[in-house]
Design a protein around this ligand. Structure first.
Ligand code: PGA
Length: 262
């Protein structure tokens, strides 16, 4: 079966509007529109509208990095999923930086996932253990709690629009950037699917897209993308440099072609 990939660029709190526009300009020149690779850019809120105008929509889709779980109301400074509805296809939810720096709880992330789905936006739900949790042997428990809570308000139809990104916190470049071994990533991705199977059945677990994130760059990407159950990557640092990100997307296209026997 041909593999299809989702490669998402998480720019985090980087780039001015001008720099974001230049980066997209370079990416538009270097990237072809591949049918087997969906390329998603997640800039900051302020860049979404200008980039929506600028991008070639055959090549790129947009994601927000966060949103608020209520649709509207007196929540000064927040941006709702409703406001993003026609601007983005995806929203990153539950990134470890939001969990750790902004104290986002399991329940808040559950409400954000539900708000995304309610507004026809696919959540990219990030899950993953910290270095300490890993050392204590708590990885599976952490993943279980994060997944079970986050998905608990969804129907089996809703689940088809959810993407899960396995991002071990210790492997994220700005948290230490220890490289995760592909074989270990494979085990956790399998575990994530088993959790989805328990909640929504085997078919849903096979269908749901699971990405890997954590120091993915032009050198490491292939090792993760070749994993049988891995549907793509969430890329932080390396997505800010067009030549690096281009090579990651090209690696995904190459692996997809190989899986097709071409
Ligand atoms: P990184 O970040 O690729 O810089 O490790 C990934 C992420 O935080 O989503």
């Amino acid at each position: 079966m041909t593999k299809e990939y989702l490669i998402a660029a998480n720019w985090k709190m980087n780039l001015t509007t001008h720099e974001a526009s230049i980066l997209v300009h370079h990416l538009e020149k270097s990237l072809k529109a591949y049918r087997d690779v969906e390329v998603v850019l997640a800039p900051s809120f302020v860049h979404l509208q200008p980039l929506h105008q600028q991008i070639d929509h055959r090549k790129f889709r947009l994601a927000a990095q966060n949103a608020y779980h209520k649709d509207s109301g007196a929540f000064t400074g927040e941006v709702s999923f409703t406001m993003l509805r026609h601007l983005v296809q995806y929203v990153i939810v539950g990134h470890s930086e939001r969990r750790l720096y902004f104290n986002e709880s399991l329940e808040l992330i559950r409400d954000k996932v539900a708000a995304a789905v309610r507004n026809d936006i696919s959540p990219i739900l990030c899950v993953g253990e910290t270095q300490q949790e890993r050392r204590l042997g708590e990885t599976k428990q952490v993943l279980h709690d994060q997944i079970t809570t986050a998905l608990s308000n969804l129907t089996s139809e809703d689940i088809e629009n959810v993407v899960i990104a396995y991002e071990p916190v210790w492997a994220i470049s700005t948290f230490g950037g220890e490289l995760a071994k592909p074989a270990d990533v494979q085990k956790e991705i399998n575990f994530i699917r088993s959790q989805v199977a328990e909640l929504y059945g085997k078919a849903a677990a096979e269908k749901i897209r699971v990405l890997y994130g954590g120091s993915v760059d032009q050198h490491t990407a292939r090792g993760y993308l070749e994993l049988k159950e891995c549907n793509g990557a969430l890329v932080g640092g390396a997505s800010l440099q067009h030549h690096k990100f281009t090579r990651i997307v090209e690696a995904a296209h190459a692996v997809a072609r190989e899986s097709h026997g071409q």
